[in-house]
Design a protein around this ligand. Structure first.
Ligand code: MF3
Ligand code: CO
Ligand code: CO
Length: 332
């Protein structure tokens, strides 16, 4: 019997645990895993690949920056609580929310076959700066590097946090643009998935159902209820229609911090016990898949793709809990 870290018996030179151990222990599972990888490889010509990035865009010195943007690793110095916001903060969040929605509209209007994701980033960057805002993604900390661009662009099988680059959008693609602006000391965060030219029926239906999932989640918000209600509603809506719900990324509290409590799961999670109270602000941003909901990460530490490379879509709003439900802060 070989130990996990011994060289494999097959002579590959790899450790036993990284080579034939699974095949020896569970031949059925190993064969299934190999078939999955082979299928992913077979279809690889159609997949999104990293392109070339342009240099970092600059923000005029007189535009106030979030604290993380002043840190080389992009780490926030302070993190706000998830408690209800005071009326002044809420008033500022309405302004930032509307600005984010307008920036997203401008980006969406530019989506067409032939445009690069970098060109979409340039629009988001300029539109934020024109409003006196800082594009929140720029310099935000991550596991490998701070996010290097002002917008997230996620094409086809990319679940979220795609980095804008020389990638040219093709007729038939779908692309999510995720805009966050830091304006008057608070963030507004919103995203939408856009169709590029003529898109197949299956993908159009995915995009429609994902938009519905966001609204089903918003409709589940009521003061005195819990965060869990949101995920439960979204998961039922998606799964009843045969779609998957990505687990690895969640909605989040937002305000003076880009991301804070509570975590807003998009599936039914019994751990999500936070009570919803008037004045709370958070995002709902379901990521829905045609196939399996499991994800893989690119080496850049940001780009998340579906493990089976099936297409995925997302929509996001920043919300305020009111006395009788939720109000969308990110409408234009
Ligand atoms: N806007 C994303 C969200 O919805 C976060 C992007 S983090 C970034 O939470 F660094 F990638 F921009
Ligand atoms: Co968000
Ligand atoms: Co977002």
């Amino acid at each position: 019997m070989l130990a996990s870290n011994d060289p494999c018996w097959c002579g590959s030179g790899r450790r036993y645990k990284r080579c034939h151990r699974l095949a020896d222990l569970d031949p059925g599972r190993a064969a299934a895993e190999q078939a999955r990888r082979a299928e992913v490889e077979r279809r690889s010509a159609a997949y999104v690949r990293p392109g070339t990035r342009t240099p970092r865009r600059s923000v005029p010195a007189d535009i106030p920056r979030p604290d993380y943007a002043l840190d080389p690793h992009g780490r926030p110095r302070h993190r706000e609580t998830g408690r209800p916001k005071d009326p002044e903060t809420i008033a500022l969040m309405r302004i930032a929310g509307r600005a984010a929605a307008e920036v997203l509209q401008a980006v969406g209007a530019a989506v067409r076959p032939g445009v690069t994701t970098d060109e979409l980033d340039a629009i988001a960057h300029e539109e934020c700066v024109a409003r006196g805002g800082y594009p929140s993604p720029l310099g935000y900390g991550g596991s490998v590097m701070p996010f290097p661009k002002s917008l997230c662009t996620s094409v086809n099988e990319v679940i979220c946090h795609g980095i804008p680059d020389s990638t040219v959008l093709q007729d038939g693609d779908i692309v999510n643009a995720d805009v966050t602006i830091f304006l008057n000391g608070v963030h507004g965060d919103t995203n939408a998935t856009f169709l590029v030219g003529d898109v197949d029926e299956e993908s159009r239906r995915l995009v429609d159902v994902t938009r519905q999932c966001l609204h089903v989640g918003i409709d589940a918000v009521r003061p005195g209820g819990s965060v869990r209600d949101i995920g439960r509603a979204i998961q039922s809506h998606a799964e009843e229609r045969g779609y998957g719900v990505v687990r690895a990324f969640v909605g989040h509290g937002i305000g003076r911090s880009f991301h804070c409590e509570p975590q807003v799961f998009h599936y039914d999670n019994p751990q999500a016990r936070t009570e919803l109270l008037p004045g709370m602000t958070f995002t709902i941003e379901p990521m829905i898949t045609i196939g399996d909901w499991h994800h893989e990460m690119w080496d850049d530490g940001w780009t998340a793709v579906t493990a089976d490379r099936s297409r995925t879509a997302q929509f996001e709003h920043t919300l305020l809990v009111t006395e009788d439900g939720a109000q969308i802060l990110t409408s234009a």
